[in-house]
Design a protein around this ligand. Structure first.
Ligand SMILES: [Mn+2]
Length: 246
């Protein structure tokens, strides 16, 4: 099994197409297939903030649910959109408002189709995936070694939001522990969630959220090759969104 883990897309469909092209995928029936049978694994946060969230939902749904030729794990933005579609009272902010606006612009029949696609995609997904063939775990905000193999509320919070302490920085961002720093496992942990300018490799973890929606790049991590492939973003650069590490 050969895997291409794809970072946070956030509605950037053009860059996703560019990335599939850069990875050597070919389009058949509007779906990218790799001639060597490689499997894409989406690390979550498909929607919000970017220009084409609905198109990303449709493509990922087709690949994962219809064709069963791709893997998907949910991100925190996916969780929020799912709760919106459930009818929960979710605040339309932090990018959800762009996805909701796209969705509301559709006719009633299309709205139902998209809602059904996304909810089906989300409901069939595991919180994270373990891929023994390539010695890797894919989880949106990462996972600590002691939680691998478990599914409980703590795991759900970790994989969606990271190792949050419950406290917030003065600017409102949640305080997160740097779990990757203390990771001692032998399996790759491939994750996204926190935008960085370059893929961040630390121990056997790699953050591939290179902030496409904030104007930097969309990145894939290829296994077993252990190579990254990035394509440039077409969005405007928002410098302050990127985390820097010493
Ligand atoms: Mn996220």
């Amino acid at each position: 099994m050969k895997i291409d883990v794809i970072g946070d897309i956030h509605g950037c469909i053009e860059e996703l197409h560019d990335l599939f092209h850069a990875l050597g995928y070919q389009w058949e029936d509007n779906i990218p297939f790799h001639p060597d049978g490689r499997i894409p694994a989406f690390v979550g946060d498909l929607t919000d903030r970017g220009p084409n969230s609905i198109a990303v939902i449709n493509l990922v749904y087709e690949m994962v649910v219809e064709h069963k030729r791709a893997i998907y794990v949910p991100g925190n933005h996916c969780n929020k959109l799912y709760r919106y579609f459930l009818g929960n009272n979710v605040k339309q902010q932090h990018g959800l408002e762009t996805t909701v606006a796209e969705w509301k612009a559709l006719d009633a029949k299309q709205q139902k189709v998209i809602q059904h696609h996304f909810m089906t995609l989300y409901e069939q997904a595991d919180l994270y995936v373990v891929l023994p063939e390539v010695n890797a775990v894919v989880a949106h905000a990462g996972i600590s070694a002691d939680l691998i193999g478990k599914t409980n509320k703590k795991v759900k919070t970790f994989v969606l939001y990271g190792d949050i302490t419950g406290e917030t920085h003065p600017d409102g961002r949640p305080v997160r522990r740097d779990w990757a720093q203390s990771y001692q496992g032998e399996q790759w942990i491939v994750y996204g969630h926190t935008p960085v300018k370059k893929p961040r490799i630390l121990n056997k973890t790699i953050n591939i959220d290179t902030g496409c929606v904030f104007g930097n790049a969309l990145t894939a991590f290829r296994l077993p090759e252990e190579e990254t492939v990035s394509v440039p973003s077409k969005q405007q650069l928002v410098e302050e969104k990127f985390q820097t590490f010493d």
